[in-house]
Design a protein around this ligand. Sequence first.
Ligand code: GLN
Length: 246
Amino acid sequence: MCRHLGYLGPPVALDELLLRPEHALLEQTWAPNDMRGSGTVNVDGFGAGWYASDSTVPERYRRSVPMWTDTNFAELAARTTSGAVVAAVRSATAGMPVTEPACAPFTDGRVLFSHNGSVSGWPDSLAPLAAGLDAVDLMTVDAPVDSAVVWALVQQRLSKGDSPENVLGGLVTEIATLAPDSRLNFLFSDGDTVVATTWTHALSVRRTPGKVTVASEPFGAPDEWEPVPDRHLVVATLDDVRVQAL
Ligand code: GLN
């Protein structure tokens, strides 16, 4: 299963966040500690989204190759700093294509979104919810993968004015009812807040003065991290981290 993270704090070089720490997302590409379900490595692509200090709309970089093969990203990451980042490495669920548009983070406007897991019985199991998407939304789904359809549903619900925590929490419980064996760790950011869910997959939070990181697997100093219980929602800002049962 993929690995993802969200960071809020002082501007940090992307390589200091994603590549250099011990057991960083880069290392989680070939040696993740806590894969569940199918998949043993995260080599089917990666992505990073970040907010420049003068913009509320994120930049986004995705490739469908293992992160360690992309020397352009290593150079870009050394030169790019940001105070709000979402990144992911991908292990494609069986039967789903290895293409750039299938890689998280997905983005629209101010928002970045990632899904770590799979929707069991996809696409049939999601049909009742996808039926609520209009034809144009379905035509513009990023890629024929479960996560992209979930992302289309997230966009649709956010556009109706619902809060990110209600959108993510509501979708987890609705999808889990339709597709009970799913793994539904979602992660959202608008640059000010990170909202994340745990549903049969791991997640940890690191709170250090002036910054917060939410990640599938701890990296850097292990004792700085607290695990999030399963079936919970995390709402993190620089001022507060709230964890509540779903
Ligand atoms: N199911 C999604 C995909 O195929 C996410 C994969 C994962 O978390 N391993 O891209």
